[in-house]
Write a protein that binds this ligand. Structure first.
Ligand SMILES: C[S@@+](CC[C@H](N)C(=O)[O-])C[C@H]1O[C@@H](n2cnc3c(N)ncnc32)[C@H](O)[C@@H]1O
Length: 249
């Protein structure tokens, strides 16, 4: 018998600057002022994507917790297109993102209207974005060069269900997003870190905006070597990590 899960949409408010805010978590999806710069700094730079993409083989797989408005996805896709102009054979991007409370297509459109510089890619995403959600949506973009795998539901549950990935199918870089651990403690669990390590390709990297001690220790315990680095903007610290498979304890 198929188990039907109830899918709850995100409840968003937009403040006077157009910044989307989750009323359930009382936290922002991104800052309208510097959301792109934050994504570039936290997730792109601290996974070294600009250095890795010109020189790797044919496919790169990113895993993300919390798809939200898709801003991180769009910024990665934009970089892919820039890098592909310099490559002989185009790199393919697979992007697997977990989302418990998907934003509606209408809210996605409104949130992404903040970024005229991403308009072409945002329009393509909005057009293919589900209107009604099921457990999983595989969205193929740019003639198959980009595959977005949107997995709906609580990441702690859904990630356990994924079969292990071998070789180049494994996840090469993690965007550990999601609202702050203090506002969303249920997401940041040892079960999550364990399954992230399980689904990773050897040497996978990870970046997250938080520097919370429990997150650092949780990642170390499953084999990530974790560094505290300067955070974005006024934030003092964040974490960047690489899988070494030397588990603690
Ligand atoms: C800060 S937003 C992510 C921003 C997003 N990466 C972007 O580019 O717009 C955090 C997201 O994590 C999602 N989330 C929170 N807890 C979750 C959970 N347990 N499982 C899956 N998604 C979760 C929220 O619904 C929200 O969309």
């Amino acid at each position: 018998m198929e188990l039907l899960t109830l899918i709850e949409h995100a409840k968003l408010n937009f403040d006077e600057n157009g910044t989307p805010i989750s009323s359930a978590f009382d936290d922002i999806y991104f800052s309208k002022h510097d959301g792109i710069a934050e994504t570039e700094y936290v997730f792109i730079k601290h996974n070294q994507l600009q250095d890795r993409w010109p020189v790797i083989s044919d496919q790169f797989h990113i895993g993300e917790t919390g798809f939200g408005t898709g801003l991180n996805f769009l910024v990665a896709w934009q970089l892919l297109n820039q890098v592909n102009q310099t490559r002989n054979t185009p790199l393919k991007l697979k992007f697997t993102s977990f989302e418990k409370y998907p934003v509606t297509q209408q809210d996605l459109k409104q949130a992404l209207s903040a970024w005229p510089q991403l308009k072409e890619l945002a329009d393509a995403l909005i057009q293919s974005y589900p209107v009604a959600f099921t457990d999983e949506h595989v969205i193929t973009l740019q003639d198959g060069l980009v595959e977005l795998n949107l997995i709906i539901g609580d990441v702690n549950q859904r990630i356990k269900e994924l079969p292990s990935l071998s070789g180049n199918d494994g996840i090469h870089a993690w965007f550990l997003d999601g609202f702050a651990p203090s506002k969303n403690p249920d997401m940041w669990t040892d079960n999550l870190y364990k399954n992230m390590a399980r689904l990773s390709a050897p040497g996978a990297t990870l970046a997250t905006f938080t520097a919370a001690g429990a997150v650092r220790r949780g990642l170390q315990a499953v084999g990530f070597e974790v560094k505290k680095v300067k955070g974005f903007g006024h934030k003092r610290e964040m974490l960047s990590a690489q899988l070494t498979n030397e588990t603690i304890g």
